[in-house]
Design a protein around this ligand. Sequence first.
Ligand code: ATP
Ligand code: MG
Length: 425
Amino acid sequence: MKKLQAIRGMNDLLPADSSIWQYLESTVADVVQGYGYREIRFPILEPTELFKRSIGEVTDIVEKEMYTFDDRNGDSVTMRPEGTASCVRTCEQHGLLYNQTQRLWYQGPMFRYERPQKGRLRQFHQIGIETFGMTGPDIDAELLLMTARLWRELGIADAVTLQLNTLGSSEARARYKAALVDYLAARKDQLDEDSQRRLDSNPLRILDSKDAGTQALLNDAPALHDHLDDESREHFEQLKAMLDAAGIRYEVNQRLVRGLDYYSKTVFEWVTDKLGAQGTVCAGGRYDGLVEQLGGKPTPAVGFAMGVERLILMLQELDVIPAGLNQNVDVYVAAMGGAQSGVQAQAFAVAERIRDALPHLRVMSHCGGGNFKKQMKKADASGADVAVIIGEDEAAKGQASLKYLREDRPQQTLTIEQLLAALQD
Ligand code: ATP
Ligand code: MG
C-alpha cells in the first residue's frame, strides 16, 4: 500500500520544533498584549465572496492562489488566504466597530496555492494585527513601534529594515494610475509579459515587478508622490516625524504598493536579506475603505501580518533561539518495585504532591516498569535535572530518594517535606 504523505507545501510541526514556535508565539503575545491588543479568533473556512470582495478579483491571491471548493450544500467556500477580511467580517457581524475603537490580534494557519519553496508554503501561519476606528497617523506609528519592539525582543532588530510608502487616497491613486498607464502603454513592448497583462488589470502592481527592463523603464515614469492628495501627504509627513522622534529607521520606497486592492495611505514592509527571495517577514498598511466595501459604515483601519515560518527561519539563521527551550522536564519520578507492591501508586502520589506544592516544576512519572538502570536512562534522556526515586524501602517509610542527574552530588534519602524543600531551590 502506498505510504500516506502530507500534502505538498503543508508542513508538520514536530515536538523538537514546537518549542521554538511556542517561544515565538508567546513573545509576540506578550509584546502586543503589552500595548493593550486583544485576541480575536475566526473560522478557517469563509464564504468565497468575502475574499473576492475584499482582496480584489484581479490579485494573485484571488486569481490563482485560493483553496476554493463547493461544500455539500453547493455553496462556494474558501480556506482563508489571509486574516484581514475575516477579521472585518467578524467585527461587523458582532457590532465591534460601532462607535468604538479596536486593537486586535489573531494567529493561525492561512492557505494559498503557491509554488512551495523556502519561506513559501501552501499552509503557512500568520500573526496579525488589525485596528479600527482611528484616522490619524498616530496609530500607524504605534504599529511600527510595536513591531520594532518585537524585533528587539526576538534579537533580530539588526537584520530587518522598514520600507515605507503612502498610496494616497483612492482618488489620488486613480489619478496616478491613469498617468502611469499613459506612460507605460506608450512603451508596452518594453514591459515584461506579466506587466503587459497587468497594464489593464492592476497597473500599480507593475511597480514591484522583478524584471530589470521594466524597473529601468519605471525610472522615468510618473512618480506616485507627485500625485498625492494633501491629506495623505500630511498624514505621511506626520507619520515620518513620529518615527523619527521614536528613533525608528525607515526607507521611503515609492514602488512599494503591496499586492492587495484594499490599501490606502500608509503601506509598509519589514524586510530582511537573510532569507533569499522570500525576504518580507511582516507587511501591512492602512485600509480605510475596506469596512465600507464589505457593507459596513466607513471605518478607518490599519493592520499588518507577519509570516511565522519566515520569522522562525530568521531566528534559526541568526542563531538567536534561547537555549534550553527543549528541556521540557525538571523532575523525573522513578518507581522501583513490582506491580503489586504499591510502590507505583506511592510514586504517583509523590509526583502529585510535587506538582501541588511546586507548580512551576515540570514533573514526569516513569511508566512501564524496568530495572534501575533502564529507569535512570529514561530519566537522563528526559532532560530532568533530578530524579526522585521511590523504592520499596522509601514507600514503606514515606520517604523518597533524590538523585542529582547533572551535578556531582551524593544521593539523599529524604522525607517528602524535606524533598519539597530541596526541590524548591
Ligand atoms: P509575498 O510577496 O512574499 O508573496 P505577500 O505580499 O503575498 O508576500 P501578505 O499577503 O502581505 O504576503 O502576507 C503577510 C506575510 O505573510 C508575508 O510578508 C509573509 O511573511 C507571509 N506569507 C505570505 N505568503 C506566504 C506563504 N505562501 N508562505 C509563507 N509565508 C507567507
Ligand atoms: Mg504572495
